[in-house]
Design a protein around this ligand. Sequence first.
Ligand SMILES: Cc1ncc(COP(=O)(O)O)c(C=O)c1O
Length: 389
Amino acid sequence: MRADGFETLAIHAGQEPDPVTGAVVPPIYQVSTYKQDGVGGLRGAGLHGSVEGYDYSRSANPTRGALEDCLAALEGGARALAFASGMAAEDCLLRTVCRPGDHVLIPVDAYGGTYRLHDKVLRSWGVSYAPVPMSEPQSVRSALAARPARVIWVETPTNPLLSLADIGALADIAHESGAMLVVDNTFASPYLQQPLALGADAVVHSTTKYIGGHSDVVGGALVVRDSDLGERLAFVQNATGGAAGPFDAWLTLRGVKTLGVRMDRHCQNALRVADMLAAHPSVAQVFYPGLASHPGHEVAAKQMRSFGKMVSFRHRGGEAEAVAFCGRTRLFTLGESLGGVESLIEHPARMTHASATGSALEVPADLVRLSVGIETGDDLLEDLRSAFG
Ligand SMILES: Cc1ncc(COP(=O)(O)O)c(C=O)c1O
């Protein structure tokens, strides 16, 4: 039988009608504890992969389980785990696989929070890191030759400079050296890119972004190809307690159902915005992998279904004009985050990436980042044109 397609999985995987009531949508099991039929007699064994049944919602909860089963299906993994935030997912993964003395390679333009976790938290527990341009496989090889790493951490496309890393090539390099390849797939989503199929060992998501898609919930996820690693992660998730709550899991699951159709429209709008910016006299440089002039265009075309909704550009007027521009749009709302149906605008150097100031990961001060929503494309173009004045 033909395997179900992406949109079918997004709507049905992990979301069988409720076994008790037949409810078509997984209910919000807003509950902390569960009645036992005699000591240790747990109910719900087998529901959403819970082997033993349910005893306490930090360990397992049916609404969270439904989301986890859906995410595992969408990324083609053996196991998924849902967290209270993307950072909680990152922390769980790194504390599961790294020990004091281990080394991690991170992208030179990593998300600011990922950099902060390494620099300000994990480093003091003896896990070191080095920023490497992940778009240059040779630089990754040289960094590994200088010092072996436990983990190669890749974002592709990156936030906010949208550089591309070749996942298949980096998976080979990682595995030759005994390292694990982790891909933060937040900026692509499983609809556009499936890192496990390309050779990665683990996928990280801020589900706050495309997967949730409506700017109404913060969450994170890990998806792995190996069920033993999945077990170890589940142990640490339970031990440290960063799991997603039932209502957050339910909102995320509601969002993910429309991921495919939302992404198609996001990508269409983003390409129009990138084309308009590329031709605008006030723009010095546009970063969008869908433009043939983008250095990562070929890699993106090879490993992504389409090019995403994030577009960054450098304002010819410098930092002051970039900051002023962010305050002049009508539909692009000035705010952090991305991935929702509504368009957002921000100044990374002063907002999302302020923690990287003065480091190798500092972003240009004249950079503006756009999260292009699914509003009417003509309205978005007009909004940006009039903000240039
Ligand atoms: C690429 C990327 N990874 C991880 C995170 C962290 O996710 P969260 O904010 O859900 O903790 C973010 C947040 O912006 C992000 O952009």
